[in-house]
Ligand binder design. Structure first.
Ligand SMILES: Cc1cc2nc3c(=O)[nH]c(=O)nc-3n(C[C@H](O)[C@H](O)[C@H](O)COP(=O)(O)O)c2cc1C
Length: 197
């Protein structure tokens, strides 16, 4: 499985969480490709063909970003708008990204307790990222469980440090797709019941 991580942090030098995650990604150059959007396109002039080629060459696409105003940083939104054109997506028989997987990995300033109904913010992360899910559904990508890190602003260094290998493990796991895990379980059950021994 070829994994592409689109890292979208407007100020990675000042970052703690995303910078540490990026360093961990760099440990696996054979399995994980990384595209740092704000480094590649400081002027916001995206090379659309280059990005479409990158996406086409990978099976699982990860968007890694800090939550900003309950959404994504501006350049990631522009990247989505520029790269995922209808002519590219549906031109060649609708096959450009169909069957690929999409995973989000987010650092979140607020605490987990705030992100629940009745909490300070009142909405869960799953609710807030519905537009990404709708986007994935629309273009035939499989939207997989996300990775998130709450309390990113005040987090202690060891919590950030511990998250880095968990993050890479999460996005690399072939078992991230619950439908595949369920199918395997059902196959195993039917194999066991058909075996008289
Ligand atoms: C412009 C801006 C908007 C932000 N909006 C939110 C927000 O809506 N919710 C939240 O929990 N944190 C918010 N934050 C905090 C960031 O999510 C937090 O600083 C980031 O996840 C920390 O990760 P880093 O160490 O990689 O920079 C915001 C930060 C900035 C700079």
């Amino acid at each position: 499985m070829r994994i592409l991580v689109i890292v979208a942090h407007p100020n990675i030098e000042q970052s703690r969480v995303n910078k540490r995650w990026l360093a961990e990604l760099r440990e696996y150059p054979d399995q994980i490709s990384v595209q740092e959007l704000y480094k590649a396109y400081p002027d916001y002039e995206i090379n659309v063909e280059n990005e479409q080629d990158l996406v086409a060459k990978h099976d699982r696409i990860v968007f890694q970003f800090p939550i900003q105003w309950y959404s994504m940083p501006a350049l990631l939104k522009k990247w989505l708008d520029d790269v995922f054109t209808t002519s590219w997506l549906f031109g060649a028989g609708g096959k450009a990204v169909a069957g690929k997987e999409l995973v989000l990995a987010m650092s979140i300033g607020g605490d987990e307790s705030s992100y629940q109904s009745g909490g300070l913010i009142g909405y869960t992360i799953s609710e807030l990222i519905r537009p990404f899910q709708a986007f994935a559904n629309q273009i035939g990508m499989t939207f997989l469980p996300h990775y998130k890190f709450y309390g990113a602003v005040k987090a202690k260094d060891d919590k950030i440090e511990n998250s880095a290998p968990h993050y890479v493990e999460h996005i690399s796991s072939p078992d991230l797709n619950p439908m595949i895990v369920r199918k395997r379980m059902l196959d195993e059950m039917s194999e066991a019941s058909s075996n008289p021994l």
